[in-house]
Design a protein. Structure first.
Length: 138
């Protein structure tokens, strides 16, 4: 893997992995007081399956860890394996407020709908290891 650069722009809430003058992968996110929500994450077709997506995601996980925030995202079905591989869990696993010793409070749920109608198998969460409690807004 040749040299690359990661460019973070907090004002635009985006991060791009580049090599030379070519963009390889990017992510857009929302950054608020409780979490980082990844809204777009993509590796350009030619560069897939070469580790660039993993590098970019680990960068975002490092940012979340430094800022003491969880990461939330919604995945398309074909990307589920990737997010599991890098350490994300299904948000559904947190239904009863605890998972792997962490307390998770999920907010903004519609009281007229069941939990399973609002959170499905493609909602993911990653919580920095040192955090024992987080609030997630969906």
């Amino acid at each position: 893997m040749k040299g690359f650069e990661i460019r973070l722009d907090m004002k635009k809430a985006s991060v791009v992995l580049v090599r030379g003058d070519k963009s390889i992968a990017f992510a857009n996110f929302l950054f608020d007081k409780s979490q980082i929500t990844i809204t777009d994450f993509d590796v350009y077709r030619y560069y897939r399956k070469k580790g660039y997506g993993t590098i970019l995601m680990y960068f975002l996980m490092g940012l979340a860890r430094a800022k003491r925030k969880a990461i939330y995202l919604y995945s398309v079905p074909q990307s589920v394996h990737f997010y599991e591989k890098v350490g994300f869990d299904f948000l559904k696993d947190y239904k009863y407020g605890k998972h792997n010793g962490k307390k998770v409070i999920i907010k903004n749920l519609n009281p007229s709908l069941k939990f399973d109608e609002q959170v499905d198998a493609t909602d993911f969460i990653w919580i920095p290891p040192e955090m024992k409690q987080v609030s997630i807004y969906i």
